[in-house]
Design a protein around this ligand. Structure first.
Ligand code: CP
Length: 301
């Protein structure tokens, strides 16, 4: 692997290798002491974030540090981007300081692909606009594999703002490759027609998917990307599409997932988020192991 730009660019063998390597790194992370290996000693990684992030940025930073790499963090809001410097010039300057690998989060679709064409370093897509978030999909699938072993006869429902979600696109592409069924559910205005051709069913009422699904992956309403009004109000959204505690009683084996950040009381009720059926923090935990695997296979494996 030279880059990780999206799910489509990964072969089945590479996906399998990421999961098996992540499993080994999970064991390292679960050690009582010395949660660290020397695999990427001498490698320098830059976390280049043009959008806010808690999980992805810190998870990549910890993953790099657990592999003994050197890490620098770049935030557009406190950089010379504010003085008009371009993405390419910014990254060329980082590479001149002997950075080996760039992890990029950017609001524009295709920004990591553009960089991969124009610079020599390896590029990892940490989220490009509404397009893809491949490591989120990999950690989501890895978390489900920890529970189920495989995706045979398993159905994952992705619920909410599909339109603006890079997580939805990457999850659909990966889950279908792994053999799962994928359903979408949300307001019709937030499920664009092209998505309907990629999945096994589209539903507009939570009640219709409770017993059809083995896992709910619940997405945030991405207000910051919405340029128009897609539904009347957040209260009305919660009324129709918020995942509430009754769902857990109706399907006691249903797994509840959320990529974060969560808006409690909008797309998910607090009792659901904090329930025994939720694996939201396990997703975050597995994210470090999966990102260690990706960094290792790109930069050192
Ligand atoms: N899931 C995810 O991408 O979260 P952050 O925006 O906090 O990185």
């Amino acid at each position: 692997m030279k880059h990780l730009l999206g799910i489509k660019q990964l072969s089945d063998e590479e996906i399998e290798q990421i999961f098996s390597t992540a499993q080994q790194f999970k064991e390292v992370l679960n050690r009582p002491r010395l949660k660290k290996v020397p695999s990427l000693q001498g490698v320098t990684i830059a976390n280049v974030f043009f959008e806010p992030s808690t999980r992805t940025r810190i998870s990549f930073e910890l993953a790099a540090k657990r592999l003994s790499a050197d890490v620098v963090n770049f935030s557009a809001s406190t950089s010379s981007v504010q003085k008009g410097e371009s993405l390419l010039d910014t990254v060329e300057n980082l590479l001149a300081m002997r950075v080996d690998l760039i992890i990029l989060r950017h609001p524009h679709v295709g920004a990591p692909h553009f960089l991969a064409r124009h610079v020599k370093a390896s590029i990892i897509n940490a989220g490009d606009g509404i397009h893809e978030h491949p490591t989120q999909a990999l950690l989501d699938a890895f978390s489900l594999l920890q529970k189920w072993g495989n995706f045979q006869n398993k159905t994952v429902a992705i619920i909410g703002d599909i339109y603006h979600s890079r997580v939805a696109r990457s999850n659909i592409l990966l889950l279908k490759r792994l053999g799962a069924k994928v359903l979408l559910c949300g307001p019709p205005t937030l499920i664009p027609p092209p998505f309907k051709t990629l999945v096994d069913g589209v539903y507009y009422r939570i009640e219709d998917i409770i017993e059809r699904a083995d896992a709910f992956n619940i997405l945030r309403i991405q207000k910051e990307r919405q340029k128009e009004q897609f539904f009347p109000s957040l209260q009305e959204y919660y009324h129709y599409f918020g995942v509430r505690p009754e769902v857990l009683q109706q399907n006691p084996s249903l797994i509840i997932m959320h990529p974060g950040p969560m808006n409690r009381g909008v797309e998910i009720d607090s009792k659901v988020a904090d329930s025994e059926q939720a694996i939201i923090l396990e997703q975050v935990e597995n994210g470090v192991a999966v990102r260690m695997a990706v960094l290792y296979l790109i930069a050192g494996g």
